[in-house]
Write a protein that binds this ligand. Structure first.
Ligand code: TYC
Length: 279
């Protein structure tokens, strides 16, 4: 933590507009990790460190505006990162080798260690939650508590059909597509999204569509699984599977929540998470 505090002192704090609606007194920077310059933001000065982990093609500013702005800054030091090839962690362009979730997990651990954190909790959304599950399973001493939502440990036939139905971004609503096109440009976004869908479909060739099921029993930290009952892309059997296979886990369902429940039901989500982390 000392290294990190020293590092902070040398950074410029600025108020940045995120998601067009939220302001965050965030410090941002890039850190060279595993040969890539990873972008991160952080805010708050609490003793409990948190890492916010975005979803597919996501980034700190696009995926976590209300968390960066509103999570309790005296209790938490909140860090958000952009995985390699996403958001402002470019170059490089994103690719999807078979082990890309494990690669993200190692990048995230190494980034937090490079920033001087010796113990922290994880808030992982969707793909970020898959990465967080792997991190928690493989780094016991490092991970304090875990929160995941919209995540899956394997790919089923139903998931494959959902992936296929959203592969063509020209069929997306303007509201969903525009922020991504603004961040990436239309071509990079379209091509990278298609690569992501194809990579997810590859998991179907693993036994039982495995992504990280064999690691779940290694997760020992307290785990909160959140699910939106109206999530159109992640069926309910996924959070149920996580609940059954992670020892110290509990499930909280938000009845009207969809996939982006933390953006839509911010105060319910933030309160739930803060209570779990403070507990
Ligand atoms: N995992 C995606 C993300 O990280 C969301 C998603 C889940 C998309 C399931 C399609 O069938 C799907 N945002």
């Amino acid at each position: 933590m000392a290294t990190f505090t020293y590092y902070l002192a040398r950074q410029r704090v600025f108020r940045c507009l995120i998601q067009r609606r939220f302001y965050c007194m965030c410090i941002s920077g890039k850190k060279s990790v595993n040969g890539v310059n990873l972008f991160y933001q952080f805010t708050g000065q609490g003793s409990h460190a948190l890492l916010l982990m975005p979803g597919a093609l996501g980034s700190g500013p696009t995926d976590f505006g209300p968390q960066l702005e509103k999570l309790n800054k005296s209790r938490f030091t909140v860090v958000a990162w952009d995985p390699r090839g996403y958001g402002r962690s470019r170059p490089p362009d994103r690719d999807f080798p078979a082990d890309f979730f494990h690669r993200d997990a190692k990048d995230a651990v190494d980034l937090m260690q490079a920033l001087g954190f010796t113990r922290f909790s994880l808030l992982g959304w969707s793909d970020g939650g898959i990465t967080a599950l792997i991190m928690a399973a493989l780094n016991h001493g490092l991970i304090n508590k875990l929160v995941v939502w919209g995540s899956n440990a394997y790919v089923s036939e139903e998931d494959i059909q959902i992936y296929q139905s959203i592969r063509d971004v020209s069929l997306w609503s303007e509201r969903m597509r525009r922020p991504m096109e603004e961040m990436y440009g239309a071509q990079y976004f379209r091509e990278t999204w298609e690569k992501w869908v194809d990579a997810m479909r590859q998991f179907a060739y693993n036994p039982q569509g495995n992504i990280c099921t064999e690691l779940l029993h290694l997760i020992h930290c307290p785990t909160l699984i959140v699910h939106g009952a109206k999530d159109p892309v992640v069926p309910y059997f996924h959070p149920q599977y996580l609940l059954k296979n992670i020892k110290d886990s509990r499930l909280h369902v938000i009845p009207d929540g969809k996939h982006n429940l933390h953006l839509r039901y911010t105060s319910e989500f933030n309160t739930l998470v803060e209570e779990f982390l403070n507990d």
